[in-house]
Design a protein around this ligand. Structure first.
Ligand code: HEM
Length: 540
C-alpha cells in the first residue's frame, strides 16, 4: 500500500504542477498566438522534463546503489508480484550493497530501502532519528477519511506516546482465546456446508471472514457475522469500503476524488457508506462509555474488547491531556481493522499452504498439538498456557512470516538530520522504508531462503545465530513502533492452527494452482496468495 500511495501522491503533485504551469505560462501564450502546436510541444517538453527529473538520482544519494528505475516502475505498475520483483531487481543490487541499503523509486524520485539486519536494527530502534513521514496524513482521500489522522500508526513524538499508553494495556493483557476458539469452531462447521464441501475449501475466503469477525468482536464488540452470512449488509459495507480505499486509480490520481467527486456517483456512495460506518463507531464508543461502570466487573478481563480496555485506561489517565477523544478512539479502531484484519488472515492462509505443501511438517505439528491438547472426538479450545506451550507450531508461524511477511515493509520514515547509518551517509530529510520482504529472502542472510524450514527458529537454530548481526527477522517491525497487535495476532493464529490440526488433515487439491509452488498475488503493500483452495479430511 505504502509504495502505491507514495507514487500516487507524487503523480498528483505532478498533475497540480502541470496545471499551474499551464495556467501561468502556457494559457497566456495560447490566447495571444492561438498556436496549438506550440502548446502541445511545450506540454510534451514539460512532461519529459518532469519525468526525467523524477527518475534522476539526487546527487546526495548517488553513493547508494539503485534498482533500475523504469523496469522497477513497470513491475510495480503492471502488478507483478513481489517475489518476482524482488528476485529480479532488488536482491542483485543488495548483493553489492553495504548493509543492505539500496535506492528504489518512490515519492518524487527515490527512497532508501533498508534490507540489512544491522541497518534495520538501527532504523527501527532509533525511532526518534527516523520519524514516521507525514505523507499519509497530508492526503485527502477515502483511504485517509477511513484511517483518520489521529491514530497510533501515523503520529510521532509525545502525541503518539499518549495514544500508545492508552492502547498498550488493551494489547498486553491475556488474549481472548475463547473468542478465537468459538469463531474457529463456527468456521470449521461451515467448511462442510459451503461450496464443494471439504474437498475444495476456499480457505482464503474463510480466513478473511474468520479474522473480520474476530477483529470486530475483539476490537469493539461488533459482530459482522461474516462466518454465518458472508453476504450480509455489514460485511458488504465493510468490504466495499476496503476495496474502494485500495482502488489503484484513486491512488494514482487522488485529484479525482479531491476535485471531481461530484461526477463520481459510485465513489460518493462509498463516502456515504463510510459515514454510516463512522456512525456505528461513534455510537458504540458512546454506548460503551455510558455502560462502562456496569461492564467493568461483569466481564472476564480476558474477554473484554479493546475499546472497553482503552476506555478504562482513559478513565485512569492522570488528566484530560492524557486521554483520547472520541475522534482519536475512532481513528485507532479504524487502524486496528486496517492493520490487523488482512495481515492476520493472509498469514494464516500462507501457514495452511505451507502445511499442505509439507506434509511431514504438518504431521509433526499435529503430534505436538495432540500431546498438549489431548486427542479425542470433540472440539476443544486451547487455553492461553497451552498456546504458549506450542513451540513447534510457533516455529511454523515464524517461518511462514519469514517467507511471506504480510506487511512487506513498514510505513515510510524520514531522517531528522544528516546521519551515519552503519557506515553510509543518510542526508537529512531522506525518505527511508524498511524492506522486510527482501531481507527475509536474502541468501546472504538466510541459508536457502526459498525453502520452508521451521527448525530455523528452534533454540540454537539459524535464527538465533543471526542475533549478533542485528534484526534479520522483523515481520512485525521492532523497537518502540513495533506492531502493537503482534501478540493478539499470534494468539489468534495459534488457536486456529491448533484447532484445525486437531480436527483435520489437509493437502493441496490435484488441480491447485499452487501445486508447483506458492503463487503470490500482484499488488503492493499487503502480501496475499493468488488463490488458496485446500482439500480437508476429518479426523473425527
Ligand atoms: C500477522 C499480523 C500482523 C502483521 C504482519 C503486522 C505488521 C506490522 C508492522 C510491520 C508494523 C510496523 C509498522 C511500522 O513500523 O511502520 C505494525 C504496526 C502496527 N500494527 Fe500490526 N501487524 C499485524 C497485526 C496487527 C493487529 C492484529 C493489529 C491490531 C489489532 C495491529 C495493529 C498495529 C498498529 C496499531 C501498529 C502501529 C504501532 C505504532 O506505530 O506504534 N497489527 N504492524
Amino acid at each position: 500500500m505504502s509504495f502505491l500511495q507514495v507514487l500516487a501522491y507524487d503523480a498528483n503533485k505532478q498533475l497540480e504542477n502541470i496545471s499551474s504551469f499551464y495556467v501561468n505560462h502556457i494559457l497566456p501564450y495560447v490566447k495571444s498566438r492561438s498556436s496549438y502546436t506550440v502548446v502541445a510541444a511545450a506540454v510534451v517538453a514539460y512532461f519529459s522534463y518532469r519525468v526525467r527529473k523524477m527518475s534522476e538520482i539526487p546527487k546526495n544519494l548517488q553513493h547508494i546503489p539503485a534498482v533500475p528505475y523504469w523496469p522497477f516502475m513497470r513491475s510495480l505498475l503492471s502488478g507483478e508480484s513481489i517475489d518476482h520483483r524482488t528476485r529480479k531487481y532488488v536482491l542483485p543490487v543488495i548483493a553489492n550493497s553495504p548493509n543492505g541499503l539500496y535506492l528504489r523509486p518512490i515519492r518524487r524520485g527515490w527512497t532508501v530501502g533498508v534490507a540489512g539486519p544491522a541497518t534495520m536494527k538501527r532504523l527501527l530502534l532509533r525511532a526518534d532519528d527516523f520519524e514516521k513521514s507525514p505523507i499519509f496524513a497530508k492526503q485527502d482521500s477515502l483511504f485517509n477519511k477511513f484511517m483518520g489522522k489521529e491514530n497510533i500508526v501515523l503520529l510521532n513524538g509525545s502525541v503518539w506516546k499518549k495514544h500508545r499508553l492508552i492502547a498498550n494495556p488493551a494489547f498486553h493483557r491475556s488474549m481472548p482465546v475463547k473468542l478465537f476458539g468459538r469463531l474457529c469452531e463456527k468456521m470449521m462447521l461451515r467448511f462442510e456446508k459451503e461450496g464443494d464441501g471439504l474437498v475444495n475449501v476456499d480457505v482464503a475466503n474463510f480466513l478473511q471472514r474468520f479474522t473480520l469477525d474476530a477483529i470486530g468482536l475483539a476490537a469493539f464488540g461488533y459482530d459482522f457475522e461474516a462466518l454465518d452470512c458472508p453476504e450480509n449488509e455489514k460485511v458488504d459495507t465493510y468490504n466495499s469500503i476496503m476495496t474502494g480505499i485500495q482502488n489503484a486509480v484513486y491512488f494514482i490520481f487522488p485529484i479525482l476524488e479531491k476535485r471531481f467527486l461530484w461526477a463520481l456517483p459510485k465513489r460518493r456512495d462509498l463516502y456515504r457508506k463510510l459515514d454510516d460506518m463512522n456512525e456505528i463507531f461513534y455510537s458504540v464508543i458512546q454506548h460503551k462509555r455510558d455502560t462502562l461502570a456496569s461492564m467493568k466487573h461483569s466481564i472476564e478481563d480476558t474477554e473484554k474488547d479493546l475499546l472497553t480496555l482503552m476506555l478504562e485506561a482513559n478513565e485512569e489517565a492522570v488528566d484530560a491531556d492524557h486521554r483520547l477523544s472520541d475522534l482519536e478512539l475512532r481513528d485507532n479502531l479504524a487502524i486496528f481493522f486496517l492493520a490487523g484484519h488482512d495481515t492476520t488472515s493472509n498469514a494464516l492462509t500462507f501457514a495452511l499452504y505451507f502445511l499442505a505443501a509439507n506434509l511431514p511438517i504438518q504431521e509433526k505439528a499435529r503430534k505436538e498439538v495432540l500431546d498438549i491438547m489431548g486427542d479425542g472426538d470433540d472440539i476443544v479450545f486451547p487455553t492461553s498456557t497451552q498456546c504458549t506451550d506450542m513451540k513447534y507450531v510457533y516455529m511454523i508461524m515464524k517461518e511462514t512470516l519469514r517467507m511471506c511477511p504480510p506487511a512487506v515493509g513498514t510505513s515510510p520514515r524520514r531522517s531528522n538530520k544528516d546521519m551515519d547509518l552503519v557506515g553510509t551517509l543518510i542526508p537529512e530529510g531522506t525518505p527511508l522504508n524498511a524492506d522486510i520482504y527482501s531481507m527475509h529472502h536474502d541468501p546472504n542472510i538466510w541459508q536457502d531462503p526459498e525453502t520452508f524450514i521451521p527448525e530455523r527458529f528452534a533454540s540454537n537454530g539459524e535464527s538465533e545465530s543471526k542475533a549478533g548481526r542485528g534484526l534479520a527477522w522483523a515481520p512485525f517491525g521492532n523497537g518502540a513502533r513495533q506492531c502493537i497487535g503482534m501478540n493478539f495476532s499470534l494468539a489468534e493464529q495459534k488457536v486456529l492452527l491448533s484447532m484445525l490440526l486437531r480436527k483435520f488433515t489437509w493437502e493441496l487439491p490435484e488441480d491447485s494452482i499452487n501445486k508447483d509452488g506458492l503463487k503470490i498475488g500482484g499488488g503492493i503493500g499487503i502480501m496475499h496468495a493468488k488463490d488458496m483452495h485446500l482439500k480437508f479430511t476429518k479426523r473425527f
